[in-house]
Design a binder for this molecule. Structure first.
Ligand code: HGY
Ligand code: MN
Ligand code: MN
Length: 417
């Protein structure tokens, strides 16, 4: 048992509590600018206040908490992750990275611990992109890389982002005020479940992230010719769904050959009737790689393959890119400090890449970034079976504690120069 045992238990039970804020009865589904997002922000703000933090919500809907240093003009070390989820998600993706640092700060408050830098925790409002398709909206607002064209993004109910912000009580014209300056930030460190099997396979509770895979996302529409399932001969059909089926298998082959990952996760078909040949299809495509060049080469091959299928099957296509984030290397000094902190906890230090995307990617152009992974059972994520242990939460808190002590010592020595 360590000094963080009760704080770890609190993180674990609060993940259960936050899971209740969902737009679906039978699974976790919390999306940007919904009433569940608002309630989750309010609940997290309450926990932040109980931890002795002052709280505010920024103009993009991100929830913030601050634990100020007594040193005037101190710079700020930010921890955080996202509070939104994918549909039918687990309880820990993003959430752990918000609740764990809040509990660490609660420990600091309880013990009157003062630091030579401010600590802040942010709950980003939209990392998954589940509602509007484009991801990292909250963190890109903080990074000052919000795009005006996003105002017209629409959700499945045809509500545009600007209207959804108004309904939430935000003004999209003020989202620029959410941007933080380079001068005030020391670093951004994101604690996150690994969402993969490596830590578990090595019997490790935590790992330090070396780099985050780059991603590009597309929406691909395929237009054929609807028709009677009984009367149109096979050789005369322009079947959109069959064309998409062939495209998806070709995408899978290209991904296997090029060592990248490609996922078609969403598909819509119209008119979607048992006795009607498909006339229109819309499907998503998510492509990732640790190498932007490998990713982009594979995308070029995929585009060519899609066009070849379309010509042969006499259907037309329209490919729209909805997201692009290049691969990001984590800050070397921060990684070394996290590895050192891991060793100080008598744990085997491990540096590993992240195949998943994270908010930290967006912050890399305003401050140095790093990530600390916590083991999750069987690497399962984006699924209700996502699972972690209180013991691994406690270990992560211990590593965070050591990391902050390393940082504080360095900051004091720099300040004393
Ligand atoms: O899709 C991802 O990599 C992240 O979970 N948003
Ligand atoms: Mn996720
Ligand atoms: Mn995540």
């Amino acid at each position: 048992m360590t000094k963080f045992q009760q704080y770890a238990a609190s993180v674990y039970s609060r993940c259960d509590e936050l899971a209740l804020y969902s737009q679906q009865e039978d699974c976790i589904d919390r999306r940007y600018l919904t009433k569940q997002h608002k309630s989750a922000n309010e609940q997290v703000a309450t926990w932040m206040q109980q931890a002795g933090m002052n709280t505010w919500q920024d103009e993009a809907g991100n929830q913030w908490g601050g634990y100020k240093s007594e040193i005037p003009e101190a710079k700020t070390l930010v921890f955080g992750s996202h509070l939104d989820t994918v549909p039918n998600s687990g309880k820990y993706d993003g959430i752990l990275g918000v609740l764990l640092p809040i509990s660490f700060i609660h420990y600091c408050s309880d013990h009157g611990i003062q630091l030579p830098f401010n600590l802040e925790v942010v709950g980003f409002a939209d990392e998954e992109g589940s509602r509007f398709g484009t991801t990292l909206l909250g963190s890109r607002a903080v990074a000052g890389s919000w795009l005006d064209k996003w105002a017209s993004l629409k959700d499945s109910a045809d509500i545009c982002l600007a209207q959804a912000m108004r309904d939430f009580g935000l003004d999209i014209n003020k989202v620029g005020n959410a941007a933080r300056s380079k001068e005030e930030l020391l670093a951004f460190v994101e604690v996150h479940i690994e969402q993969g099997p490596v830590l578990e396979s090595k019997g490790l509770s935590v790992g330090v992230v070396s780099a985050i895979a780059g991603a590009r996302r597309f929406e691909i529409s395929v237009k054929g010719n609807a028709g009677h399932a009984g009367t149109v001969p096979m050789e005369m059909r322009q079947d959109a769904l069959n064309a998409v089926a062939e495209m998806i298998l070709q995408i899978e082959n290209i991904a296997l050959e090029s060592g990248i990952v490609a996922t078609v996760g969403k598909i819509e078909n119209a008119p979607n009737a048992v006795n009607v040949i498909s006339g229109n299809c819309l499907f998503s495509l998510d492509i990732r790689s640790q190498s932007d060049q490998a990713r982009d080469n594979a995308i070029e091959s995929i585009h060519q393959s899609i066009e070849a299928v379309a010509i042969r099957r006499k259907v037309t296509t329209d490919i729209v890119q909805t997201h692009s984030a290049n691969a990001v290397k984590c800050d070397e000094q921060l990684c070394n400090e996290l590895l050192q902190a891991t060793k100080q906890c008598s744990l085997e230090p491990l540096l590993l890449p992240s195949g998943a995307g994270h908010d930290a990617m967006a912050l890399t152009n305003v401050c140095p970034i790093a990530m600390l992974f916590t083991r999750c059972e069987k690497g399962i994520s984006h699924h209700p079976d996502e699972s972690i242990t209180i013991s691994d939460i406690e270990t992560t808190l211990n590593v965070m504690d050591r990391f902050i002590q390393i940082r504080a010592t360095k900051t004091k020595s720099i300040d004393s120069l």
